[in-house]
Design a binder for this molecule. Sequence first.
Ligand code: PLP
Length: 391
Amino acid sequence: MPISTKISESMQKSSWIRKMFEEGAMLKAKYGVENVFDFSLGNPDIDPPQKFFSILKDISSKKIKGIHGYMPNPGFPDVRESIAKRVKADHGIDIKGEQIIMTCGAAGGLNVALKTILNSGERVIVPKPYFAEYGFYIDNHGGEIIPVDTKSDFSLDIGIIENAIDDNVRAILINSPNNPSGRVYTEEDIIALSGLLAKNAEKGRIIYLISDEPYREIVYDGVTVPSILKHCKNSIVATSFSKTFSIPGERIGYLAINPECKDVDMLLAGFILCNRILGFVNAPAVIQRVVAELNDVTVDAEIYKRRRDILMDGLSSAGYDFIKPDGSFYLFCKSPIDDDVEFVRHLQKYNVLVVPGSGFGTPGYFRISYCISEDVIKRAIPKFKEAIESL
Ligand code: PLP
């Protein structure tokens, strides 16, 4: 076989994603793009903020010495300083540029952090449902993913996490606002989780809390995302501007480490080396400079909120069951039949494309992404209704 056994197995595991993509493309070719209701992609369709374009134009038209050259692996020092100001304002902690590493998106940052901390066979606890790529990222660096149940509303179950901790656990990886559930973990739960980790640290067992939060700014109804940096000493934030500015293709994000983290300087040196040896070398140069100038802007979350509300109204009157999302742009709906993959296939007969919950470690649900216009959502509601009524 030309490819490794491991990659071949990974391709098998995620083959339904490719299949869905292919079937979606077939439906679009057959019925026309406007007649297919594609809720499968988490690719922001809202334009980036106007200021992004003006700063991009400004920076790309200036001849800034060295802007297209290599730079220190963690990024331009002045960019890191600017991002530290953003983190300070968002998290209410004192943090400096040295504690920020510019990365190729949140995905790049997570891989850098995991490569730095994991020894072969060490475990990472991940509350369900979770972003499917975590399994691959953890495995990339010899670790083992330990998915754990959450409560019925997808909030953290601290008791279950406590029971999953053993000497091989190196980190807990949370994602809030969550993809796919839209759940924002409460401050109370973050404090309880941090207390649990502090108790372990006192016994000499250091477990890092890693928070993947690219949806931090996309929250609704006055919900705010509690800071892990504020409450947990051994904590790392991995995030990006992919959703904040609708620029996922630009591959720009960062890691922020708690300045009080044990052995912080050694960890930072590890992050810097791993950014290099994973082949990222450094985050893209021009976009680093652009995001550094955008601390006062974010995408308009109201647009997503209106879509969420239309979707929730339509789905609940059609008879679907789901938890109201606090943030992100996903709604995680209970499958009306036990087999979520079968129900996703059933929805395809109505030209509606969604993703099975099995892909997020949580069978029995399906994910609806509302990176899609209000008009399409409104036209899709009768299809969702027909699909459930025809069961
Ligand atoms: N983490 C979560 C939960 C995501 O949903 C995504 C992308 O959809 C990522 C990480 C990757 O983000 P980025 O494109 O910034 O690397």
